[in-house]
Design a protein around this ligand. Structure first.
Ligand SMILES: Nc1ncnc2c1ncn2[C@@H]1O[C@H](COP(=O)(O)OP(=O)(O)O)[C@@H](O)[C@H]1O
Ligand SMILES: [Mg+2]
Length: 417
C-alpha cells in the first residue's frame, strides 16, 4: 500500500496509487496494452496538502526525482526549466515535480501564454513517451493555459478539497498526538469547528493551542486552548476583548437566538456560539454544523433561513428595538429564499426570471413572493422563540457570563431549562 504517511484523502490516494503502480510495474500494464501515463496535476486551495501528496508520490515511484519550483528571476527560470527537463530525459526513467505551477509566471488570468508556460508545455511534449513522468501542483487552475492542462499532457487532473468529517478528525488527532494533552479533549467537536479548513490551518490551530498552554506554564494542552486558538486563527477574534457593557447583552441575545433555533430545528447542530467580536462580523457569531447536502432540500433551506432570522427575532422580542446587526444574516436569508422562488420555481413558474430584460410584472411577482416568504419565516421564528423564551434567556445569560459556549454546553443548557 502506498501513501501510508498521508492521513485521510482515501479516494485521492487510491487514484494516485493506481498511477504509481503503473510507473513501478510498467510490464504489468504493457502486457494488457495500456499506454504509459505522462503526467498528473493536483490542484486545490493553499494548504490542502498538494505538495505533501506530490512529494510522497515522487519519492515512492522508484525513479530519479527532479523538483522545479520558481525561485529565480524570469529569464533564468526559463533556462532552469529546460535544464531540468533535459536532465530528467537523460536519466529516464525519471519523474519531475513542478510545484506551484500556477506561480511559474507572474501574470494575471488574461495573459496566460507567458514564456514560462510555453516552455513547460514544449518541454512536456518533448519528453513524451520517454519515460519521464510529470507531476504538477497548482492552487488556481484558471491561471494555467487550457492547452497546458489538456489530456495527454496531464492524464489525471485531481482536485483536493479541504479534509472533512473523519479525515479532519484524524488529522487533528495526528497533530495533537505530537503534543501532551488532557485526556478529555473532544477531537470530534474540534474538527467540526474546523470544517472546511485546510490541513495547514488544522496544524496551525493545534500548534497555537500548545503555545497558549506552555505560555501559561501548563504541561498539557486543554480544550480551552484549542477553542482560543480556533477563535483567534479561524474566526479572527481579537487577542483581548474590550467588553462593551452596553452592546454585550444585545449581541449575546442575538447569538443565543441563532443557537437556540438551530438546536430546536436541528438538534446537535451548534458547534460554537460566541458574543466576542470577530473579524468578519461586527460582533458575535454562531458556528453551525452543516453537511454537504445542506441546500439540497427545501426543508433544509427553511431550517437555514429560520436560523438566519433568529438573531434579529430574538433581539426584537427581548429588547423591542430594531436589530441593526442583522444585515449579513438578512442578505443570506434573502439569497436562499430568492433561489427557491426564482431559480428553482418552488412557488410556481410565473416568478422565474428567464429573460435578460424581464417585465416589471415578473420582477414584482418574484420580489413580492420573496418578501412574503421572508415575512412568514420571520413570524415562525418569532413564535418558536416566544414559546422557548426561558431557554433563550438562559443561553443569553450564560453567553454574557462566559462569552463563548460550545455546542455541548448549549445542549446541556437546553436540557436543564
Ligand atoms: N494528509 C495530511 N495530514 C496531515 N497534515 C497534512 C496532510 N497534508 C498536508 N498536511 C500538512 O499541511 C501543511 C500544508 O501542506 P502542503 O502540502 O504544503 O499544502 P499545499 O501544497 O496544498 O499548499 C503541511 O504542513 C503538511 O504537513
Ligand atoms: Mg504547495
Amino acid at each position: 500500500m502506498y501513501f501510508e504517511s498521508i492521513i485521510g484523502y482515501k479516494s485521492i490516494k487510491l487514484e494516485l496509487s493506481r498511477i504509481l503502480d503503473q510507473l513501478i510495474y510498467p510490464q504489468k500494464y504493457a502486457a494488457l496494452g495500456v499506454t504509459e501515463p505522462h503526467g498528473l496535476l493536483l490542484h486545490g486551495a493553499p494548504g490542502v496538502g498538494k505538495s505533501t501528496l506530490a512529494n510522497c508520490f515522487v519519492e515512492s515511484c522508484n525513479r530519479k526525482v527532479y523538483i522545479c519550483r520558481k525561485d529565480k528571476s524570469n529569464g533564468d527560470f526559463v533556462d532552469e526549466i529546460v535544464r531540468i527537463f533535459d536532465e530528467a530525459e537523460k536519466n529516464a526513467p525519471s519523474v519531475i515535480l513542478l510545484d506551484d505551477l500556477d506561480k511559474f509566471a507572474n501574470e494575471d488570468e488574461r495573459h496566460r501564454d507567458t514564456e514560462e508556460f510555453v516552455t513547460v508545455q514544449s518541454c512536456i511534449d518533448k519528453v513524451k513517451n520517454k519515460q519521464v513522468f510529470v507531476v504538477a501542483t497548482a492552487n488556481n487552475l484558471k491561471k494555467l493555459p487550457d492547452s497546458l492542462i489538456r489530456a495527454g499532457r496531464f492524464d489525471s487532473v485531481l482536485f483536493l478539497r479541504c479534509p472533512e468529517g473523519k479525515d479532519a478528525e484524524d488529522i487533528v488527532a495526528f497533530y495533537l498526538s505530537k503534543k501532551s494533552f488532557v485526556s478529555d479533549m473532544d477531537v470530534k467537536q474540534i474538527s467540526r469547528l474546523l470544517q472546511g479548513r485546510s490541513c495547514a490551518e488544522l496544524e496551525t490551530v493545534v500548534n497555537q493551542a500548545g503555545v497558549y498552554a506552555a505560555f501559561d506554564g501548563r504541561d498539557q494542552v486543554e480544550m480551552r486552548d484549542m477553542i482560543k486558538a480556533i477563535l483567534r486563527i479561524i474566526f479572527k477574534a481579537p487577542e483581548s476583548f474590550e467588553e462593551d457593557a452596553r452592546a454585550l447583552p444585545l449581541v449575546a441575545c442575538h447569538e443565543a437566538g441563532h443557537a437556540l433555533v438551530a438546536e430546536l430545528l436541528e438538534p446537535g447542530s451548534v458547534n460554537l456560539v460566541t458574543a466576542l467580536n470577530h473579524d468578519s462580523f461586527a460582533a458575535g457569531m454562531a458556528s453551525i454544523h452543516r453537511d454537504e447536502f445542506y441546500f439540497y432540500s427545501k426543508e433544509m433551506m427553511e431550517t437555514r433561513v429560520m436560523y438566519l432570522l433568529a438573531g434579529k427575532a430574538a433581539t426584537e422580542i427581548c429588547y423591542g428595538v430594531v436589530d441593526t446587526g442583522a444585515n449579513s444574516d438578512l442578505s443570506r436569508a434573502f439569497d436562499i429564499v430568492h433561489r427557491f422562488v426564482d431559480d428553482y420555481c418552488s412557488y410556481g413558474f410565473n416568478k422565474f426570471v428567464f429573460s435578460s430584460s424581464p417585465s416589471d410584472e415578473v420582477l414584482d411577482r418574484r420580489d413580492s413572493r420573496v418578501a412574503t416568504e421572508m415575512e412568514n419565516y420571520y413570524n415562525k421564528v418569532r413564535r418558536l422563540l416566544v414559546e422557548n423564551r426561558a431557554k433563550l434567556d438562559e443561553i443569553t445569560k450564560r453567553l454574557i457570563e462566559e462569552k463563548t459556549l460550545l455546542g455541548n454546553q448549549v445542549q446541556e443548557i437546553l436540557k436543564c431549562s
